[in-house]
Ligand binder design. Sequence first.
Ligand code: NAD
Ligand code: UGA
Length: 464
Amino acid sequence: MKIKNICCIGAGYVGGPTMAVIAQKCPEINVTVVDINEKRIAAWNDKDVENIPIYEPGLSKIVAEARGRNLFFSTDIDSAIDKADMIFISVNTPTKTYGIGKGMAADLKYIELCARQIARVSKSDKIVVEKSTLPVRTAEALKNILDNTGNGVNYQILSNPEFLAEGTAVDDLLSPDRVLIGGDIDTKKGKEAVQALVDVYTHWVPNERILTTNVWSSELSKLTANAFLAQRVSSINAMSELCEKTGADVNEVARAVGMDSRIGPKFLKSSVGFGGSCFQKDILNLVYIAKSFGLYEVADYWEQVIIMNDHQKRRFAANIVKTLFNTVSGKKIAFLGWAFKKDTNDTRESASIYVADYLLNEQAEIVIYDPKVKEEQIYADLDYLNSRTEEENRKRVSVVKDPYEAGKEAHAIAVLTEWDEFRTLDWKKLYEDMLKPAFLFDGRRLLDRKTKEDIGFDFYAIGS
Ligand code: NAD
Ligand code: UGA
């Protein structure tokens, strides 16, 4: 079975880049990305391709090549579903904020709405692909809705989780470590559906990197991969605290440990805590699933990764207060970085939000500089916490466009995101314009201790 028309529901950080790459690599397939968010779709269609809504190195070039040829962005969801032989569901699956499972379970309302819409509209057989990260066995619920509310057409459900990381999305999509496809491999129709998706990817991904499994293994592998990655960060962060007490250095420990080929060097960078829209959400979801099966030891084991991460953020903030003579009330603290990692404008669950909140509770004044994050986003992130009034957030927090302005007359500077440009700032100038003693807290192990101490800074870095 040859796929001619693809529809992708959800034009976000996953749907947009993933479909752009499929369209670029498969010029004979028409790819339509749809979304209910009109502003987002208008931005994807902006004449100036630099205005597309998601910043990822290399993405605008690919969109420029394929858009209008075989890549389309639209709000006409029904018509895209109707035409498609294969439909990717790539909508958001945030943590539930209400009802049973509040604060833990994945909120599947957007997924269910998609399923009902597909069932209502479809007049021909469809392959439905789960691209969003979902709890294990979601495909069962999808199939149930499609089969019972549809027009009698046949559906095959595949799970094809996405492993791209923000900031490197295009490279990750062009040369993935693996592509995972789960399907009903025990039936002829199921096998054909899996093969149809394999054939899409083999346009550019070597066969040996395409892995096929049953649906449940595929769904659970995505949650497992994120849990393992986050666990490595929490593991090294746990060691960072011990390093600070013992004179060991976490970078040296990470290097020594990572040279063991069984452990490997990646994802051992100690930090102020992991952020991003997925690690916490997916682990909480895993914990919830384990508990719902009565597997309390499994749930506790994974929950510890989150507990450690929360501790790391809190202790970074607490150390600032303690070092500044046990009070930051009325003191100006400059933040360098607000995004959850470098090379993205995404701030979801960024550690900086929680460090700021802690310091604001201690009555600090915060001035923030980030090269890619907009002022309104920073205020929205703080307002969302509901810790204080919107007026107070605006009174006590300011956002500037120049790192030197942030540092002026500050009691302390804290590095929260590992943007490359922070390494090469004129640190002497920053030091001279600060109040003394001038404190510098490196939450990313970005800066060289010796040169900063030579300038005169009181320097504190995670894990040393
Ligand atoms: P996102 O919020 O950027 O995008 C989701 C989009 O879906 C939004 O634009 C929203 O308007 C749209 N949408 C929601 N309901 C809709 C509906 N009924 N009809 C049409 N459009 C609808 O989210 P994202 O970061 O792209 O993540 C999507 C999924 O992919 C999540 O499950 C996430 O866990 C997973 N994922 C994300 C990443 C990442 O790096 N962001 C990586 C791998 C997997
Ligand atoms: C992560 C995974 O890496 C992707 O494979 C996955 O597809 C994605 O989640 C998802 O499901 O959404 P992402 O969150 O975009 O990707 O970025 P990461 O590079 O994983 O970084 C996550 C957080 O961990 C960042 O705050 C980063 O600064 C932090 N981190 C990462 C560390 O503190 N130390 C490290 O060694 C690595």
